[in-house]
Ligand binder design. Structure first.
Ligand SMILES: [Zn+2]
Length: 343
């Protein structure tokens, strides 16, 4: 059914080439398109991180007060704005922007988008709000994590005027129309400032990175456990909370809509526990966690092309996951004396 609603590529004529320069995809096809309707009143927008297709998604929720979920990175803003224009959204039309969390591949474009849509309210988790108003510390720490990729791939984050920021508490609703709202679900684990959004009309749950990463062209679902916040107990609890809401589908930021949400949540739970077991076992033995994860899960990538592996490595690298597990394990060990290590 969704195919019959697919919108054609926009004119694209006014789009001036590539949104930004980067080393990964010299063959970028630059026509921005106008998104794809993936559920009732839900338009998936490929925000084209790095010029790649099907790696970073935003979603426009249609109603008399349309809301965008995720802006993507700052480098994605030209592609995002071109598509919103092709969809027919004028500057005063967008009522809200929600970010599932404040990592730059989700929220880096917020300041720019807030400027482009002056009537839009920016919604964010309580623990993320101050970083949108003053991104200095967030950008500094992103610079340490991403190194040269910060400017070549992601871009930065412009501040959002604090009077335009609305903190979303767990269970709070963002109204989209008389019969439609997005319910915020506090869902820490991947990050402590992570929200899921459950659409009351379509039943789609926008899961951010809480369920993991499943790029359509790579196929495999992998957990996303980056430092500094990753916490296994919280992450598993968040998956449970999502399942309890009985969504009709999950919309991942990386990437796209997944039917059979309960099966996926079950798979995410099992996969995350497996990764954590492998990481903890290496950690206890003093071995390299990244090497252990790479060895254990190498066969997941059988048949996956080099290009797809490269996308996965940037979005969901084994080293980032390993660093998140290492930090989680060391914090747990040093934190409260309930260490499970033998000694
Ligand atoms: Zn992400």
């Amino acid at each position: 059914m969704s195919d019959t609603h697919q919108r054609g590529p926009g004119t694209g004529a006014s789009h001036e080439g590539h949104p930004h320069a980067h080393p990964f995809d010299p063959d970028d096809r630059s026509a921005p398109g106008a998104g794809v309707v993936v559920a009732d009143g839900v338009i998936e927008i490929d925000t084209r991180l790095g010029g790649w297709e099907r790696v970073t998604a935003g979603y426009l929720i249609e109603g008399d007060a349309p809301v965008l979920v995720e802006t993507g990175s700052q480098s994605s803003v030209p592609a995002l704005l071109a598509q919103l224009e092709n969809i027919g959204l004028a500057a005063d039309d967008l009522a809200g922007v929600v970010v599932t969390h404040i990592h730059l591949d989700h929220a880096g474009g917020v300041g720019d988008v807030a400027r482009a849509f002056p009537k839009a309210t920016v919604y964010v988790h309580p623990k993320g709000a101050r970083h949108l108003a003053d991104p200095t510390r967030l950008v500094d720490s992103a610079a340490r994590v991403y190194g040269p990729l910060l400017d070549s791939l992601y871009g930065r984050l412009d501040p959002t005027p604090s009077e335009r920021i609305h903190v979303l508490e767990d269970g709070e609703m963002v109204r989209v129309s008389a019969n439609r709202s997005l319910v915020a679900i506090d869902s820490p684990g991947h990050a402590k400032h992570h929200l899921g959004l459950h659409d009351s009309l379509s039943g789609v749950l926008f899961a951010g990175d809480a369920v993991g990463v499943k790029l359509p062209d790579a196929g495999v679902l992998r957990p996303s456990t980056p430092p500094p916040d990753f916490d296994l107990t919280s992450a598993l609890h968040s998956l449970q909370r999502f399942a309890e809401r009985r969504p009709t589908a999950l919309a991942l930021a990386h990437y796209g809509l997944l039917a059979e949400p309960l099966d996926i949540l079950d798979e995410a739970d099992g996969t995350l526990r497996h990764w954590a077991d492998v990481a903890e076992s290496a950690y206890r033995k003093g071995e390299d966690i990244a090497a252990a994860l790479a060895a254990e899960f190498a066969s997941d990538l059988d048949g996956v092309s080099e290009e797809q592996r490269e996308k996965l490595e940037v979005m969901n690298g084994v080293h980032s996951n390993a660093a998140g597990f290492r930090r989680w394990l060391s914090v747990r060990d040093s934190g409260d004396g309930r260490s499970t290590s033998t000694g």
